[in-house]
Design a protein around this ligand. Structure first.
Ligand SMILES: CCCCCCCC/C=C\C=C\CC(=O)SCCNC(=O)CCNC(=O)[C@H](O)C(C)(C)COP(=O)(O)OP(=O)(O)OC[C@H]1O[C@@H](n2cnc3c(N)ncnc32)[C@H](O)[C@@H]1OP(=O)(O)O
Length: 316
């Protein structure tokens, strides 16, 4: 009953978008690139392929706060309305895809704002994971937690070497929501997902490839985007509605589970972040991140000096 209702709703949605396409899509094509409020998310449409490159642009680490999530959510709406041929998700940072949820939204939160924040995160996940258009992630830097979540929502992942990706929530003393877990279960083998989730494991690029958490390794960002384009082009020969419905049917149980329990999920989130132990863990983590950031120049100086000593030793 539920599933046929769902399929029916999605079919209507897809047929609807097919009908409105060309007029709105041309508007985007003409302008070629669009930016959201405050430029937190940049959108560039490739005239030749019709693929949209969506760039998360919140320096320094694309941590997902309310404003970034709201901007991303409305970009996903636009792509859907404009019947996008495909989306490539990437980052404007040279070392971080996304640092995941902005810890400042979780630590000593303002309850009104945090409600909007979590609802916005739910919106983004539902729209991205269930998108009618095909998606790929060009992971050009670290992708912990929420960063990994968004990458896993895409159907294909290409990552640059020597970065890390994973759902590390348990390391922060947090339980990943069931829909985070479901997304990982849809990506890597069940037992590996359980181990990765309970350990809060971050995988280096090579290990992520072996596990199937990513699909390819690229030399640099341009190469990653190119590889994503090759993936998306494979769908050009496949009838659009059949492809979209297959994807959405495949993911529908996970999506319906959240759709039907959004308020309960929000209440669970409130309960979790109101726990003094969780707040204490988050407080320590914020302090650790700040200390690490301040120590960076010192650590870099030590590394530099070590290099000089090493080369002097070699000469002698
Ligand atoms: C049964 C069901 C129960 C349901 C309960 C639900 C409860 C779930 C609740 C929450 C779920 C959370 C999921 C998350 O996404 S939590 C976020 C996890 N993210 C991380 O652990 C990443 C932390 N960051 C890093 O590891 C690094 O910053 C890295 C991304 C690797 C980049 O490193 P680097 O380039 O060296 O940059 P810096 O570390 O120096 O950072 C630069 C500045 O950015 C600040 N920063 C970093 N990450 C975050 C973040 N996630 N949020 C906010 N701010 C962040 C960092 O403090 C530096 O700032 P400053 O220079 O001002 O000190």
């Amino acid at each position: 009953m539920l599933s046929s209702k769902f399929i029916h709703a999605f079919t209507r949605q897809i047929y609807h978008t097919n009908l409105i396409t060309s007029a709105t899509f041309n508007v985007i094509k003409k302008h070629n690139s669009t930016h959201t409020k405050n430029d937190l998310v940049l959108v560039d449409v490739n005239d030749k392929t019709g693929f949209s490159i969506v760039t998360l642009n919140r320096p320094p680490v694309n941590s997902l706060n309310l404003e970034l999530l709201s901007a991303f959510s409305s970009v996903l709406d636009d792509l859907h309305k404009n019947n996008s041929r495909g989306m490539i998700l990437t980052s404007s940072s040279s070392t971080v895809f996304s640092a995941g949820l902005d810890i400042n939204e979780l630590y000593k939160p303002d309850m009104d704002r945090v409600r909007k924040f979590w609802t916005s995160l739910q919106d983004c996940w539902i729209k991205l994971y269930g998108s009618s258009f095909p998606t790929a992630a060009a992971i050009n830097g670290h992708a912990p937690a929420g960063g990994c979540l968004f990458a896993m929502c895409c159907e294909y992942r290409v990552m640059l070497p020597k970065y890390t990706i994973g759902l590390n929530e348990t390391q922060l003393g947090i339980v990943a929501p069931t829909w985070f877990m479901a997304t990982m279960k849809n990506t890597i083998p069940l037992r590996q997902a359980e181990l990765a989730l309970t350990l809060g494991k971050m995988f280096k690029t090579d290990d992520a490839l072996k596990l199937g958490l990513i699909d390819e390794i690229a030399e640099n960002k341009e190469d990653a985007i190119h590889k994503c384009e090759i993936f998306l082009k494979k769908y050009q020969k496949i009838p659009q509605t059949a492809r979209a419905l297959t994807k959405q049917s495949y993911r529908k149980n996970d999506i319906m589970e959240l759709e039907n329990n959004r308020e309960a999920d929000l209440q669970l989130f409130f309960l979790a972040i109101s726990d003094p132990r969780v707040q204490s863990s988050l407080g320590k983590y914020v302090a650790f991140l700040k200390l690490k950031s301040r120590m960076k120049p010192i650590l870099e100086a030590v590394k530099f000096l070590k290099g000089i000593f090493k080369s002097k030793k070699k000469k002698n």
